[in-house]
Design a protein around this ligand. Structure first.
Ligand code: ATP
Ligand code: MG
Length: 247
């Protein structure tokens, strides 16, 4: 990792940029991913690069959903693998979730490179390479999933997911947890739990909540899930972006 001074006012965005660049060098992040990163950075800038209280509430609701799930799965694309590989492994461990590589621009080389990268960061089983399942309503390449992974999941974490696929997964009856800095993005709009936060902060935050809730009763977890208000969370994020007082 290059030397980025921690007291630099744009420390997080510089670090994020550096990791994405490295991801492209490793062949795990696509050029499209660079563009997505740019869009995310702009929103994070407007949020003051901080986790909103509503995003923290969403992270806690996400943790409760994952702990209640029969089969939770965390979906990983090229940006997620570049930005938070070890953090995704920790989240999966804390919640008993499977990890599945799922790419919008799917190539065998990138699928393999991402699976290898995740294994280097401690993942023991990485799904997504079998691709024997399909998401109904999407074109062939976009629809591919593992039948015993996302295909079978009841709760899925889909960070930085494309709007179409987020919608199609929701239509399959899956509970979707979306991590996306843009509260107006269709993916965030269709999620049961939209976490409007940088994935760099959001994934470790969901893990922290899951660890804290490890001994909670089913009733306590249900209460957290039921009291989360997705509309209010999206509204608070949009308000913060539009009226944020930046220094
Ligand atoms: P749609 O409305 O169909 O969902 P989109 O605007 O989401 O379209 P993309 O540019 O493909 O289209 O999506 C990238 C999304 O990922 C953006 O919403 C962006 O804010 C988000 N994003 C990018 N980097 C991060 C990050 N580090 N953390 C969280 N979200 C991010
Ligand atoms: Mg989107």
């Amino acid at each position: 990792e290059a030397e980025i001074p921690e007291d630099h006012p744009r420390y997080q965005s510089l670090l994020t940029r550096h990791r994405i660049e490295h991801g492209v060098d490793l062949g795990i992040t696509s050029k499209q991913g660079l563009i997505a990163e740019g869009r995310g950075e702009a929103f994070d800038y407007l949020l003051g690069e901080e986790t909103l209280p509503s995003a923290d509430a969403a992270a806690r609701a996400a943790a409760a959903h994952l702990l209640l799930a029969d089969h939770p799965v965390v979906s990983v694309n090229g940006n997620v693998a570049a930005l938070v590989p070890g953090e995704v492994v920790d989240l999966a461990a804390a919640t008993g979730a499977d990890i599945e590589v799922n790419l919008f621009n799917r190539t065998d080389e990138r699928m393999q490179a991402i699976a290898d990268h995740l294994r280097e960061h401690g993942a023991d089983d990485v799904k997504g390479l079998t691709a024997d399942g399909r998401i109904p309503g999407l074109s062939h390449e976009r629809a591919k999933v593992d039948a015993d992974g996302i295909g079978d999941a009841d709760v899925v974490v889909v960070p930085l997911e494309d709007g179409d696929r987020a919608e199609a997964l929701g239509a399959m009856g899956k509970t979707e947890i979306v991590i996306d800095l843009n509260p107006m993005s269709r993916s965030a709009q269709v999620a049961a739990v939209p976490i409007v936060d940088n994935i760099i902060r959001a994934v470790p935050n969901v893990t922290r909540h899951a660890e804290e809730l490890a001994d909670a009763t089913e009733e306590e977890l249900r209460e957290i899930v039921d009291s989360f208000d997705r509309e209010a969370a999206l509204e608070e994020a949009e308000r913060a972006i539009r009226n944020g007082d930046l220094d």
